[in-house]
Design a binder for this molecule. Structure first.
Ligand code: FES
Length: 145
């Protein structure tokens, strides 16, 4: 039987996690192929709608990766993102999606190893949970997620 390979959409801040992913690559550290990176100018630009759309479009898990506390280039975008993630987790529970499928982490650009470890850890957590309950269900527009 084929092993379930989770799709993880990772919203990565340009200034930290995106560069950390790049650092991981240049250090020849590998992380699961199911992790799909979406580069954002700051996690403060990631809205609850983006997180929910990722699930609607077939993500099994969503990661928001921003700068360390106090290091956000837009003052407090990472703090706002953390609040949105917590709000969205509660909403996910209400609609029958496990809140553990959504996670926020903070790191610096030099933390390539931590990025690879985080990407691996969330992939394993989602693999244990199984495919998203949204997958294969029809959206209000009639298209399958
Ligand atoms: Fe990185 Fe705001 S600039 S989280």
């Amino acid at each position: 039987m084929e092993q379930f390979e989770p799709v993880i959409v990772a919203f990565c801040c340009h200034y930290c996690a995106y560069t950390a992913a790049d650092t991981a690559g240049s250090q020849r550290l590998s992380y699961p192929v199911g992790v799909k990176i979406v580069r954002v100018p700051c996690t403060g630009k990631v809205d609850a709608k983006h997180l929910l759309t990722a699930f609607e479009k077939g993500a099994d898990g969503v990661l928001v990766a921003g700068c360390l506390v106090g290091d956000c280039h837009f003052k407090d975008g990472n703090v706002k993102a953390a609040r949105r993630v917590e709000f969205t987790k509660k909403y996910l529970e209400e609609i029958g999606i496990e809140a553990e499928r959504l996670e926020m982490v903070r790191m610096s650009a030099g933390m390539g190893r931590e990025f690879a470890e985080t990407a691996t850890a969330i992939t394993e957590k989602i693999r244990a949970l199984g495919p998203s309950p949204v997958k294969g269900k029809n959206c209000c527009c009639g298209k399958a997620a």
